[in-house]
Design a binder for this molecule. Structure first.
Ligand code: C5P
Length: 310
């Protein structure tokens, strides 16, 4: 085997409820993750020592050294596997980015998850999904979800996951989303810190939104649009006021719901159909309220090996 290529999706948070800061620098949260069809591709090949190259969307803003989350994931997996696989030499990781960097879409976490799946395969390490998820949880809060994909409830820092819908009950609904990418970035730790400052009183412990879960069970996009929520949005808007205009424009143009993606600054809009999403995307790009737009659908599966054409 020469190398392994893995495709991994971006995530949205359909709900992001943030509790008070914890002693360890993180916030307890309850979130509903949703994987969408915007993918990075990560390829690993054996090498004398670990190295990385990044191409594509925002590549110049991704650290191309040991600080890269994908290389940290490689090191974490190497430490977790025992026996022959643990002795493997280095790997060279190539990341082809389409998920914008520091955009609230967990692109860095996605690349880390992809690196875990790829090295597990390359080294024939045989870790189960649950074992990979445990390593992922140590690498970053959103990494475990990028392995799983679909729609899932995250607790703890976001790394403790349960599927949002029992498979037998899950309607085959595909939702149509429009992403509006901003001209700029937001730092996740700074957005969390701003939220702490903006909150006058100690935040309540976060809770799963029953209306959102009921909307997901019904598969009704109108109900889902009304139930979208993100506690980080007020902080992202305080730091990036132009996003107010973007959100307002999308709603004005007929989106069923609008919110900031994760810690931002990407804005997310839910459309009633593929045709409405196309209209919305065209109108939003014409309105001059964002850098560019993308149409995506969700849910999609998590990180998966791309078969190499023989
Ligand atoms: O886990 P990850 O490296 O993705 O988190 C990035 C930063 O986001 C953390 O260092 C922390 O400042 C903030 N964060 C948080 N609470 C979470 C997840 C992230 O405060 N549950």
């Amino acid at each position: 085997m020469i190398g392994v290529k893995v495709r991994v999706p971006a995530k949205l948070n359909l709900q992001l409820a943030v509790g008070p800061p914890r002693g360890d620098g993180y916030h307890g949260l309850v979130t509903v993750f949703h994987a969408v069809s915007l993918f990075d591709e990560v390829t690993v090949v054996p090498a004398g020592r670990d190295g990385i190259a990044v191409t594509g969307e925002g590549a110049d803003r991704v650290p191309a050294d040991q600080d890269n989350l994908a290389l940290r994931a490689v090191a974490a997996l190497r430490a977790a596997v025992t026996g022959a696989a643990a002795d493997r030499a280095g790997v060279h990781v190539t990341i082809a980015k389409r998920i914008p960097v520091a955009a609230g879409l967990a692109g860095g976490s996605a690349d880390a998850a992809a690196a875990l799946v790829a090295c597990n395969e390359l080294w024939d390490a045989g870790l189960s999904g649950a074992q990979l998820a445990e390593v992922a949880g140590r690498v970053g809060s959103d990494v475990a979800f990028a392995l799983l994909g679909g729609t899932a409830v995250g607790r703890g820092r976001g790394e403790r996951l349960t599927p949002a819908l029992a498979p037998a009950l899950a309607p085959a609904t595909q939702y149509h989303w429009v992403l509006a990418f901003a001209d700029g970035q937001l730092s996740t730790p700074e957005v969390y810190a701003t939220l702490d400052r903006l909150r006058a009183a100690e935040a309540a412990e976060p809770d799963l939104d029953a209306a959102l879960m009921s909307a997901l069970r019904s598969g009704d996009a109108r109900l889902l649009g009304r139930a979208l929520s993100n506690d980080l949005q007020q902080a992202a808007l305080a730091m990036f006021p132009a996003l107010r205009k973007t959100l307002a424009a999308g709603l004005e143009l007929g989106a069923l719901g609008a919110l900031v993606a994760g810690s931002g600054p990407t804005c997310v809009f839910l459309a009633a159909s593929a045709a409405r999403a196309l209209d919305l995307a065209v109108s939003l790009s014409g309105a001059g309220v964002c850098r560019s737009v993308a149409r995506v659908t969700g849910p999609v599966p998590g990180a998966a090996v791309v078969p190499v054409a023989s």
